[in-house]
Ligand binder design. Structure first.
Ligand code: GLU
Length: 467
């Protein structure tokens, strides 16, 4: 049975690249009805932090990617690694290296000067010590070849690794050792990870051989690049999943977007449900070249997901973004009202956070520069007259019994009395919304209601007196 894993190091927030790797592992396992597990690689005790682990697991859970087994931490397995290291030491396949940092550096410089790749071939292989760095006794000369599921055969000359380090000391194994042991012990069948790990693979294979383990299959997937094709970094914008969540991207949208980075379904289809992705995903349509993380495309995809969201769900998604919005009208908890407000912006939203400063006037009297009420060179008295006109008309209505179309028809009829209908409609729209750009006055009145529409008009009329 297929079993994949994500092995994040808790040394930073959940990076979109890690989420991408997680997603490929998850989709692959689900596609084959196998399992997916999360293993926290916290062997780097100095850089690993609980808060990063929490951020990583929360971000994955938010994306809907959870472990099918209890989440393990490498720190829980310290004693076991030590047992294995002692066994290898007793067998003489690893040893303590007694060279000083200066000696190693001098050797490094010398090799680089000769145009060779720096590595250390040790002539002081001690096994009887009890402190110091542990290295693998590397006598392999045959190339280490593995067949990468994405890239085909990859070959390495093991001589270039020298007697590489596998533990800082007997109780502090390094990444390559712990990974080789864990992938075996957890029965991982496919290691799907970023291509930056290709060079680690032969070392992991060598360690597995020492321990008598068979290697899993490896699939190295493309790294995420910015639109300028350089490695995705802060320079290109947000890189952590929590930042995207906090900016108002939907989990389904980010999931769908990440799935299409470096993998293609073989058709033009871009919008996929989770089930659709699980059904379609395969490693043979994973590309070798880097995948461009294009936020314009993400915005488009997110807006498509927002359009598809039900009013009820969208309200709950949007509410956290409206926390600082002043709600003098006490409307935030009115589900019907919220649904109509959000419906106005739903088709225009790229992210949930877009909404907060677009809909403030549905919850309180707007504040704005009074001069904005002026249409072209209209004198203040004329602006006031237009607003008085609108006020009288609206006062005679029962807005609750009217549709947006009714309101539109009646206001346009009134606007005909003006040579330029903008001189009637512009001040009204600005009075209602306080904005240079907003939906039309008809739509606003239909949602805002009679009382608050009149309140906004009165507020504008008061303001105009100060001009
Ligand atoms: N802890 C490693 C990382 O975060 C895992 C690499 C692997 O999947 O083997 O890069």
């Amino acid at each position: 049975p297929v079993k994949t894993r994500l092995a994040p190091s808790p040394t930073g927030s959940l990076h979109v690249g890690t989420a991408h790797t997680a997603l490929f592992n998850f989709l692959f396992a689900r596609h084959f009805g196998g399992s997916f597990v999360i293993r926290v690689e916290d062997t780097d005790t100095e850089r690993s932090k609980k808060e990063y682990e929490d951020n990583i697991l929360e971000g994955l859970a938010w994306l809907g990617i959870t472990s099918d087994e209890r989440i393990t931490r490498q720190s829980e397995r310290a004693e076991y690694y030590e047992t294995l290291l002692k066994k290898l030491l007793a067998e003489g396949s690893i040893f303590y290296c007694t060279h000083s940092a200066e000696e190693l550096e001098a050797e490094r410089q010398k090799l680089m000067g000769e145009g060779k790749s720096p590595h250390h071939k040790c002539d002081q292989r001690e096994t009887g010590l009890d402190s110091g760095v542990l290295r693998i006794k590397n006598n392999t000369i045959e190339p280490i070849i593995f067949s990468d599921v994405v890239r085909g055969d990859i070959s390495f000359d093991p001589v270039t690794f020298g007697d590489f380090v596998i533990a800082k000391n007997i109780s502090a194994p390094l990444y390559n050792f712990a990974v080789a042991v864990d992938d075996h012990d957890m029965n991982i069948t496919h290691v799907i990870r970023g291509e930056d790990h290709i060079a680690n693979t032969p070392k992991q294979i060598m360690i597995q051989r020492l321990l008598g383990f068979t290697a899993p299959l490896y699939a190295h997937i493309p790294l995420l690049l910015g639109t300028d094709r350089s490695k995705l970094s802060k320079r290109h914008g947000a890189t952590s999943v929590s930042e995207y969540r906090d900016q108002g991207y939907l989990s389904d949208a980010l999931f769908n977007f990440l799935a299409l980075l470096g993998w293609n379904p073989g058709t033009d289809q871009e919008i996929f449900s989770r089930e659709g992705l699980i059904a379609e995903f395969s490693l043979d349509r994973v590309q070798k070249s880097g995948a461009i993380f294009d936020t314009t495309k993400l915005d488009w995809m997110n807006s498509e997901y927002i359009k598809k969201t039900s009013a009820h769900d969208l309200i709950s998604y949007v509410l956290p973004f409206l926390e600082s919005l002043e709600d003098t009208y006490g409307k935030k908890s009115d589900e019907n009202y919220m649904a109509s407000v959000i419906a106005i912006e739903q088709s225009r939203m790229k992210k949930l956070s877009d909404i907060s400063d677009k809909i403030d006037y549905f919850f309180r009297t707007p504040t704005y520069d009074v001069a904005l009420l002026t249409w072209k060179n209209q004198p203040p008295e004329e602006t006031s007259r237009a607003l008085e006109d609108a006020r009288n008309l609206i006062s005679s209505w029962d807005v609750t019994q009217m549709t947006k179309e009714d309101i539109e028809r009646l206001l346009l009829e009134k606007a005909r009395a003006y040579t330029d209908r903008g001189s009637f409609l512009w001040p009204l729209r600005v009075a209602l919304s306080g904005k240079k750009n907003s939906p039309g006055p008809f739509e606003i009145i239909a949602v805002l209601g009679k009382e608050n529409s009149l309140r906004h008009i009165d507020h504008a009329l008061t303001g105009l007196k100060s001009l």
